[in-house]
Design a protein around this ligand. Structure first.
Ligand SMILES: NC(=O)c1ccc[n+]([C@@H]2O[C@H](COP(=O)([O-])OP(=O)(O)OC[C@H]3O[C@@H](n4cnc5c(N)ncnc54)[C@H](OP(=O)(O)O)[C@@H]3O)[C@@H](O)[C@H]2O)c1
Length: 246
């Protein structure tokens, strides 16, 4: 049995809590939130808004905003392994006196959207091998996709994730705007989005690249630019240049 305390009650914390409550071998001892009203409805789990009253546990999972990680960790005096869940924050940002680690789930979490943890890659980091084994044992109850990734690698991975997810999503928003403006249903584009994402499981993204930029179809590019507003033109030109420069 591994005992756990969850610190914070945002997107990630709520999904982790829900998942761990289904695992018999994990005992969620407590949930901390600085806003008591957010956790006081919890049944079968002890909760607190007083960080000095945390129950002893094997692992403390800090799932609070990135900027709050140093302060929140510095307030934990309990023994046990203290990990955060951030992609961009170094393990050294944990300011507790004891053992430190990172348990970064590389997925986009929203409260309203169910998550299948089996499909979520976890990037783990600790300061010693005993802690790694413990953290790996806990994580294996959620997912088999576990990667040992240090802080420097994780920060780079996080930037890569911003490109492949956040920026791509912004492209969907622009696509949706263009469709809305011209009364075309956005759903016509959904199979294309789906195919683009599945293709790169088998092909290097560079090999999967199609479109007027890679073909250097100047006329089509000019026609497209004439259909766009200033902001869209800037993005289109920048990406076209980047694709053409390889
Ligand atoms: N969302 C994702 O897709 C995702 C994916 C992977 C990793 N992560 C990482 O997981 C962590 C949590 O992200 P999230 O999306 O779950 O954030 P979130 O939904 O915005 O929740 C943030 C939580 O932090 C608490 N908090 C903020 N400042 C605090 C402070 N000074 N003291 C105590 N609690 C504080 C908030 O409390 P209140 O509710 O009281 O304000 C809230 O419970 C971050 O490190 C993030 O980088 C997020």
């Amino acid at each position: 049995m591994i005992s756990v305390v969850i610190i914070g009650y945002g997107n990630v914390a709520q999904h982790l809590l829900k998942a761990f409550l289904k695992v018999d071998a994990v005992d969620v001892k407590q949930v901390y939130s600085r806003t008591l009203s957010k956790v006081s409805h919890l049944k079968n789990v002890s909760f607190t808004d007083d960080i000095s009253k945390l129950i002893d546990a094997d692992i403390y999972i800090i799932a609070v905003s990135d900027d709050a990680i140093p302060l929140v960790s510095s307030q934990i005096n309990n023994k046990g392994l203290i990990v955060h869940t951030s992609g961009s924050v170094s393990i050294d940002s944990l300011k507790n006196k004891g053992n430190k680690g990172v348990m970064y789930p590389l997925q986009s979490f929203s409260k309203e959207k169910e998550i299948n943890f089996n499909e979520v890659p976890f990037c783990l980091e600790t300061q010693n091998s005993d802690d790694y084994q413990l953290l790996e044992k806990l994580t294996l109850f959620l997912s088999k996709k576990i990667f040992a990734i240090n802080s420097k690698q994780r920060q780079r991975l996080h930037v890569a994730a911003v490109f492949v997810n956040n920026f791509t999503n912004h492209m969907y928003t622009i696509g949706q705007d263009i469709c809305d403006e011209h009364n075309v249903p956005f759903e016509v584009l959904l199979p294309l989005i789906q195919e683009g994402a599945s293709k790169i499981k088998f092909l290097h993204p560079k090999e999967a690249q199609t479109g007027p930029a890679i073909r250097k179809d100047k006329k089509t590019i000019e026609n497209h630019l004439n259909l766009l507003n200033d902001k869209q033109q800037n993005i289109y030109k920048l990406l076209t240049k980047s694709i053409q420069n390889g």
